[in-house]
Write a protein that binds this ligand. Structure first.
Ligand SMILES: [Zn+2]
Length: 183
């Protein structure tokens, strides 16, 4: 009896099984962190019928990879399928949220430091998570707490401000008669 493989449901299940051990992103081949189906349900801008409830989805944080979520069954969603832009995919952007619950971006952190000389954003986010007023699993594309990213963003902004200050100092410093003095 000929076995019509590709029309049977059994075969489909079989092919999913074959790749079920795949935990790396099908595009960049980096490992991804598991996310809840609830995170996809909240983040997707496309029909939720696209979610395969029999699989586990993971988040790809590679900046140069278009895939945001990939299922262990081989399906994936790219940033354009989401309702939010993904911080990890735009490491140089000032405008994309790093904290999706309280709406902080590298740009808002920068403004705060420029205005007040410092930022207490890490303390504020920490207080929020302790009080349980955040909703990272449904607001943050990575599906988990943003605190590590916020800390990194603060450091990055502080470093860039420090570099800018230093560059300005060098620019403003009067030339001391070196060979590069123009007049
Ligand atoms: Zn990837």
């Amino acid at each position: 009896m000929a076995h019509d493989c590709c029309s049977s449901e059994e075969c489909e299940t079989e092919s999913i099984k074959q790749v079920s051990n795949t935990v790396v992103c099908p595009s960049c081949e980096q490992k991804g962190k598991k996310v809840k189906i609830q995170t996809l349900q909240a983040m997707l801008a496309v029909t939720l019928e696209a979610i395969d409830h029999s699989t586990t989805y993971r988040f790809c944080r590679s900046a140069d990879c278009p895939v945001v979520y990939f299922g262990e069954g081989g399906d994936s969603f790219v940033e354009e399928d989401l309702r939010e832009q993904v911080y990890q995919k735009h490491p140089e952007s000032e405008d994309i949220f790093v904290c999706y619950c309280y709406r902080h971006s590298p740009g808002t952190i920068r403004s705060e430091i420029l205005e007040r000389g410092e930022t207490d954003v890490v303390a504020r986010v920490t207080a929020g998570t302790k009080a349980g007023t955040c909703a990272c699993d449904i607001r943050n594309p990575q599906g988990s707490c943003c605190l590590g990213n916020v800390r990194a963003a603060v450091k990055q902004v502080e470093e860039s401000l420090g570099t800018e200050k230093q560059a300005k100092k060098i620019q403003e410093a009067p030339a001391q008669g070196g060979c590069c003095q123009s007049k």
